[in-house]
Ligand binder design. Structure first.
Ligand SMILES: Cc1cc2nc3c(=O)[nH]c(=O)nc-3n(C[C@H](O)[C@H](O)[C@H](O)COP(=O)(O)OP(=O)(O)OC[C@H]3O[C@@H](n4cnc5c(N)ncnc54)[C@H](O)[C@@H]3O)c2cc1C
Length: 379
């Protein structure tokens, strides 16, 4: 358990230069980077840490490189992360094995808690189990945030708010212009974790079953558990009656159900996945990680995007410490597009192909014979 570093009552006594809401990979790394640069940062999360979340738990090459670039290159290995060598893709009776360039599987309990600890070590203050909601600008320069911790409530002020509250966040729900645009027909996410992992699901391989219902990925974690994460067609979930039934159908079509007792798992769902925030920045505000935008997870890049955005935001926040000016909002909008626009378009393209009932098996068939064709799509 990671304890809060200060009581809620002490947070109100000053104006915080930076408050980061959300201690997922985006928020925790941004807080760490800013604290290292000498900024007083308050990192807030509504969950107690460590916490589980729906995720495939696969860090790709780009994510590992970003961690290495900020001096955290050994973090994943030190926590027992399992190197990933291959992706086994199955659809419509066909299977392809694609080699992976570099990657690792690490549970989100371990990864996120370690990044929070790194932020605290760098000097950030941390409030766990604390729900934040933005109350907008006070005057031209200051932002107000309402914090709830159990029965307690407090209002704090900050010069810069980083919204890293993820896919399910409601931090900016009351702020005009901060709506989220959800893509029509976007799939929903779902996840579960199995304490007992059948030997069929060998460590080091991502198993991915695709069908008309969506897809489900299975991977062994550092402690031997089996992580399951899926992107599912909401209408199919309704027709099948539950997430568990829909996943069972997907796995049954590729012959992998015999290896698993799906009835023993507890599933958690997410809202529709593919989305973007209308506003990425405004006076004293930057939005990053999933809160800024997300594309469904087939290519397993969300954490790489979140980590990259956390590093890229740091110089802009440092500039905002001197004085906020509208150029900073434009700069983040541009930087975000340059950094992630191409990757998100590529991911949308691949997930679009997978929706086609004739393209899906064809794709797997082609990859089974020429696995190297997957290279541009395995970042
Ligand atoms: C099914 C599925 C599979 C995936 N598989 C992969 C994969 O294999 N590889 C990969 O790289 N990515 C994957 N992703 C994507 C990845 O999970 C996200 O992109 C990543 O977690 C984004 O990090 P984040 O820090 O932006 O948000 P999160 O990790 O979601 O963190 C947001 C945090 O904000 C907190 N919070 C929210 N609202 C508030 C509030 N009001 N006050 C205080 N705290 C708040 C939450 O408690 C949470 O801890 C997957 C996603 C899904 C849905």
């Amino acid at each position: 358990m990671i304890a809060s570093t200060l009581p809620l009552s002490q947070c109100t006594a000053r104006t915080w230069p930076v408050v980061v809401v959300g201690a997922g990979v985006a928020g925790a790394l941004a807080a760490r980077q800013l604290a290292q640069a000498g900024i007083e940062v308050l990192l807030v999360d509504r969950a107690p840490f460590p916490r589980w979340k729906v995720c495939g738990c696969c860090l790709n090459r780009r994510a590992l490189e970003t961690l290495a670039a900020v001096g955290l290159g050994s973090l994943v290995g030190d926590r027992g992360g399992i190197p990933l060598y291959s992706l086994r893709l199955a659809s419509g009776g066909k299977t392809a094995t694609v080699p992976l360039p570099l990657g690792a599987a690490l549970s989100r309990e371990q990864l996120d808690a370690t990044l929070v600890q790194e932020a605290i070590q760098a000097g950030a203050q941390f409030l766990a189990g604390t729900q934040a909601s933005s109350r907008g600008l006070v005057g031209e320069q200051m932002r107000q945030i309402l914090l709830h911790q159990g029965e307690q409530e407090a209002t704090i002020q900050t010069r810069v708010l980083l919204a890293a509250d993820g896919l399910q966040g409601q931090l900016l729900a009351r702020e005009p212009g901060c709506e989220v645009v959800v893509r029509r027909g976007a799939r929903i996410g779902a996840g579960a974790v199995g304490d007992e992992a059948p030997p069929f699901f060998t460590p080091g391989t991502i198993f991915m079953a695709c069908g008309a219902e969506g897809y489900v990925g299975l991977v062994r974690l550092e402690d031997g558990r089996l992580d399951l994460a899926a992107a599912l067609d909401a209408e199919q979930v309704r027709l099948q009656g539950s997430i568990a039934n829909t996943v069972a159908r997907l796995l049954g079509q590729v012959g992998w159900t015999a290896h698993l007792d799906l009835s023993a798992l507890t599933w958690r769902g997410t809202p529709p996945l593919t989305r973007r925030a209308r506003l990425l920045a405004g006076p004293g505000l930057f939005v990053l990680g999933d809160a800024a935008g997300y594309v469904e997870p087939f290519t397993g890049e969300g954490m790489a995007w979140a980590l990259a955005s956390a590093v890229a935001i740091t110089p802009l926040v440092l500039q905002a410490m001197d004085r906020w000016h509208p150029g900073l909002a434009h700069a983040w909008q541009r930087r975000y597009q340059d950094l992630l626009g191409g990757a998100q378009r590529r991911c949308r393209f691949v997930t679009g192909l997978l929706r086609s009932s004739w393209m899906r098996p064809l794709l797997v068939h082609v990859l089974a014979h020429v696995p190297s064709l997957a290279r541009p799509f395995v970042p």
